[in-house]
Design a protein around this ligand. Structure first.
Ligand code: CTP
Length: 413
């Protein structure tokens, strides 16, 4: 796959040598095109070393144009990715300007174009930038991100460039270079639960757990990129709603159960990534509980198992559960797969706080008759791989109908 990587002058340009490496690892040939201001943030020497190609930066470079003109370069590309994309380049693209090599290439290519905006969050939210974003999107340019979090300027908000690995996965992923939003889940609806639940004790207190929701949100984004319609039933998390995903916010396990069952009839695939409380207080005090003796006891009752209840539906979607275990990972995960009659289970080790709130995860996946291990990787790229696996298992289970619902599962301890 031939990719033109356009680099413009934002601080996130310092991440582009890493981005080039991630693209090349995924088999892409990368031709870098830098703007003049990108040189303030990253050197040509570093980029040339990682891409293995001389950098292009000038529409009037006679030697470069003689070996491959900008029109030939535009034809050569299977995809164009601009990362980071500044407010300035977005404005120029929106206006159809062609004053430099990069903007000229975008006008001259017939291949898909994606941009990864990166800028201060106040700039990103500026109506002019948002109007340009909407216009570019309307014209078919894919807008990847931005992400939310702490920014180079010391502030926090939406405007961070997506991580190199996620950008590389998207641009080299299924369907992107064919210009189809189509992916392995096109035409399918995926319902995902994510995050923790909050079980109220009284008006000021609740019980919860350490789930960040990152895995469920990453799966939602990956399923969307794979072409699915995605509905996300989310417990309280500190993550921005992924654009294009239908997010339904809930608090308690009961709320999550109700919302999931309200939506499940529309789903072809259900992924239970939420860390749902297994118990909730039997009753919720309507006034703040005042402290009294040295001890207190809260009586708890089991919550409904959302995952098992979906798997037991007569017309159950392809159902994927998660198992977070501190020990005997495979044994417990396979037990859950069988007990809850799941199509697939994703098991992760949470010993020593591993997996919770982390950006990376390693998992073992099991299904009736098989399994696959996924080594430690960014949750975003793991999510893409899991969505690929889910879609191929979904096809195998639903497509031919010949797969047994349960058989011997290999255990890989
Ligand atoms: N789950 C659910 N509803 C619940 C509890 C769990 O949908 N009330 C789902 C989770 O989203 C996850 C899987 O079930 O996909 C976890 O299974 P569970 O048996 O609840 O595991 P744990 O509570 O982690 O472990 P254990 O049963 O061993 O206590």
């Amino acid at each position: 796959m031939n990719i033109i990587l356009g680099i413009t002058g934002g601080i996130a340009a310092y991440k582009t040598p890493e981005l080039v490496r991630r693209l090349r690892e995924r088999g892409a040939d990368v031709q870098i095109v830098m703007t003049a201001s990108a040189r303030e943030f990253v050197t040509e020497t570093a980029l040339q070393a990682v891409s293995g190609q001389p950098i292009r930066d000038n529409l009037w470079d006679k030697a470069a144009e003689a070996s491959m003109s900008h029109i030939e370069l535009a034809r050569w590309a299977d995809a164009v990715l601009i990362a980071p994309a500044t407010a300035e380049v977005m404005a120029r693209l929106a206006s159809g300007a062609a004053g430099d090599l990069l903007t000229t290439l975008v006008l001259a290519t017939q291949s898909p174009v994606a941009i990864a905006p990166a800028m201060n969050h106040v700039m990103w939210n500026n109506p002019a930038v948002q109007a340009n974003r909407a216009l570019l999107e309307e014209r078919g340019i894919a807008i990847l991100g931005p992400d939310s979090g702490s920014q180079a300027c010391g502030e926090t908000g939406a405007g961070r460039m997506l991580e190199p690995d996620e950008l590389a996965a998207t641009v080299t992923g299924p369907g992107f270079a064919d210009g189809q939003p189509a992916g392995v889940l096109t035409g399918k609806t995926v319902l995902i639960t994510a995050g923790p639940t909050r079980e109220p004790i009284d008006p000021v207190r609740y019980m919860t757990n350490r789930s960040s929701g990152k895995m469920g949100y990453a799966l939602a984004t990956a399923a969307l990129r794979a072409g699915a319609r995605v509905m996300l039933v989310s417990g309280p998390v500190d993550l921005p709603p992924p654009r294009g995903v239908e997010v339904h916010d809930v608090l308690s396990a009961d709320d999550m159960y109700r919302k999931t069952h309200e939506l499940v009839a529309e789903a072809d695939v259900f992924i239970a990534a939420a860390a749902v409380a297994d118990y909730r207080p039997v009753s919720v005090a309507d006034k703040k509980i005042k402290k009294s003796g040295e001890r207190m006891t809260i009586e708890m009752v089991r919550t409904e198992d959302i995952l098992a209840s979906v798997a037991a539906l007569p017309e159950a979607p392809f159902t994927v559960g998660f198992a977070a275990e501190t020990d005997r990972l495979n044994e417990y995960a396979i037990d859950k797969l069988e007990r809850k009659q799941l199509d697939m289970i994703v098991a992760n080790c949470v010993r020593d706080g591993k997996a919770f709130d982390a950006d990376e995860n390693a998992v073992e996946v099991f299904w009736p008759g098989g399994g696959q291990a996924f080594p430690l990787a960014a949750k975003t790229s793991l999510a893409t791989d899991l969505v690929d696996l889910i879609s191929s298992r979904y096809e195998a289970a639903r497509g031919t109908g010949t797969e047994p619902r349960l058989s011997v599962v290999s255990i890989k301890d």
